[in-house]
Design a protein around this ligand. Structure first.
Ligand SMILES: NC(=O)C1=CN([C@@H]2O[C@H](COP(=O)(O)OP(=O)(O)OC[C@H]3O[C@@H](n4cnc5c(N)ncnc54)[C@H](OP(=O)(O)O)[C@@H]3O)[C@@H](O)[C@H]2O)C=CC1
Ligand SMILES: O=C(CO)[C@H](O)[C@H](O)COP(=O)(O)O
Length: 474
């Protein structure tokens, strides 16, 4: 019997599309799914696309594994977390030494590292791979962030590079580093995605509630912006989401969708990673917090009752909103890349920021014109903080006054701008040669003898503070 070049288990949104993508690229792919219905649905889709000759469906997991060429490469594309571990346990007795698992879900990087440690002594290779691009990307070319051993990467590279998106002919798939590097980078990609989406939503809020624009007028603005420096997948789909009309009511669909954002974990993981590393990532943190606030709909309604409903127009131009979004994005990407750089130092991954920016230029959810500029900036100096790259200094100088006006208008107009205002505060803190932490150091020393530094006099100095508050008050 002919054997498949590769196996894929998990025919959900991503797995089914990845399998079709693999088949379209000339590889024979064996497929399996826990529930039979998804296999049937998948085969109908494969037939419709004329790809059924390249796919081998197997409901029985053992038969599925046997149908793949040895040494086997098995892609797991199931729900992240426990299902991945369960699937590994099911596969383990069916695999032979030298076979490899390529796990492509949104896994926590430390889980990936544990799975790697668990499988390596058993002679099973393991790659932790971040895939971005949603259903369309998975089908026609996602961005693929690979972590794990170089040897395993070399085995998997031909298929992964072939199915990835291409930017000017270059594959948007790269081996980034050992262990959990691929999944860590994918996590921060998603954190940046959260920031982009939240800042877009905040700007939409200013248009809707502060400028009185309807969904269709907002859609036109996003479409126009997509022709300029903000050109990106998320700006493009925002235009489409805003112009969609609900067929039942004839109203803009966006006006009917409940204002509660879901989240599956990668944004929170990004914020935790940033905090643990001591790298400020206020835009990502703000975006995660904003989703959490959004989910508390009943509390928000009650608070609106207590404080009164905001109303009235704000005085801000669409040009300022466009530039504010650009400035916020620059800050957010600066923070995201700084988190990646710091984690790479800690783990000794040797991550190349230019490579990461390059493989995000096409296929993934955060793809944008802007990333090509960033790839260029990082190629010039791997340790660069984007806010200090001359091209970005020029851009920020041009855009931050607009961000300031938008945040000020939002504050006075009672419009929430959690992410944009966090980005602005970060920028203002970052560029402030003399900050206010001297006072914090004084307070810390006052109550806990934690010490402070005075230039020219040394560190770990102490103030001659009164011993008690009562004494201080005398
Ligand atoms: N959707 C997206 O845009 C993206 C998703 N991802 C990530 O890819 C992964 C898959 O996502 P997606 O395709 O959207 O998910 P779906 O919800 O569409 O599909 C989930 C798949 O996981 C399987 N599954 C769930 N639990 C188990 C289990 N315990 N044992 C075996 N199989 C199980 C399901 O099988 P069954 O049919 O039997 O329920 C199904 O095939 C996730 O990690 C997700 O975070 C990554 C990038 C983008
Ligand atoms: O990885 C993705 C895109 O890159 C997924 O779409 C992910 O599910 C998005 O995260 P969340 O569901 O938390 O919004």
């Amino acid at each position: 019997m002919t054997k498949a070049d590769i196996g894929l288990v998990g025919l959900g949104v991503m797995g089914a599309n990845l399998a079709l993508n693999i088949a379209e690229n000339g590889y024979t792919v064996a497929v399996n799914n826990r529930s039979a219905q998804k296999i049937d649905d998948f085969m109908i889709a494969a037939k419709l696309e004329g790809l059924d000759g390249k796919v081998m469906p197997e409901l029985d997991l053992a038969a599925f594994v046997r149908s793949v060429k040895r040494p086997r490469s098995i892609i797991i594309m199931v729900k992240a977390g426990r299902p991945v571990d369960d699937m590994i346990e099911l596969l383990l007795p069916l695999l032979d030494k030298g076979d490899a698992i390529i796990e492509c879900g949104n896994s926590l990087f430390s889980d990936t590292e544990q799975r790697f440690e668990y499988l390596t002594p058993k002679g099973i290779g393991y790659l932790g791979v971040g895939v971005s691009g949603g259903a369309e990307g998975a089908r026609h070319g996602p961005s693929i962030m690979v972590g794990g051993s170089r040897e395993q990467w070399e085995n998997a590279a031909p298929v992964l590079k072939a199915i990835a998106a291409k930017f000017k002919g270059e594959s948007c798939c790269a081996w980034l580093g050992e262990g959990g590097a691929g999944h860590f980078v994918k996590t921060i990609h998603n954190g940046i995605e959260y920031g982009d989406m939240q800042m877009i939503a905040e700007v939409y809020g200013v248009m809707r509630d502060g400028l009185g624009m309807d969904a269709s007028a907002c859609a036109d603005v996003f479409k126009r912006w997509n022709e300029g420096p903000l050109n990106s997948y998320l700006i493009e789909i925002t235009g489409h989401v805003l112009e969609a009309v609900d067929s039942e009511s004839g109203k803009p669909l966006v006006d009917l969708i409940l204002d509660k954002a879901g989240q599956k974990g990668t944004g929170v993981w990004s914020a935790i990673a940033a905090q643990e590393l001591g790298v400020p990532a206020t835009a990502i943190e703000g975006a995660v917090a904003a989703r959490s606030i959004s989910s508390r709909k009943n509390e928000r309604i009650a608070a609106e009752g207590a404080y009164g409903k905001r109303e009235g127009a704000v005085d801000i131009s669409l040009d300022d909103l466009e530039k504010a979004l650009l400035a916020g994005k620059i800050v957010s990407y600066t923070q995201g890349f700084s988190v990646i750089a710091r984690k790479s130092e800690e783990k000794g991954w040797g991550l190349e920021l230019a490579t990461i920016a390059k493989i995000w230029r096409a296929g993934c959810i955060i793809r944008s014109r802007f990333l090509d500029q960033m790839a260029g900036a990082f190629a010039g100096d791997a340790s660069t903080n984007l806010l200090m790259v001359p091209d970005f200094v020029t851009l920020m100088k041009d855009c931050h006054p607009a961000l300031r006006r938008v945040v000020a208008a939002g504050a006075l107009g009672e419009l929430p701008l959690v992410c944009l205002s966090s980005a602005l505060s970060y920028f203002d803190s970052y560029r402030q040669g003399r900050g206010t932490a001297n006072l914090i150091q004084g307070q810390r020393d006052f109550f806990g003898s934690h010490g402070f530094e005075i230039e020219g006099r040394g560190a770990d100095l102490h103030g001659d503070w009164p011993a008690t508050i009562a004494e201080a008050a005398e």
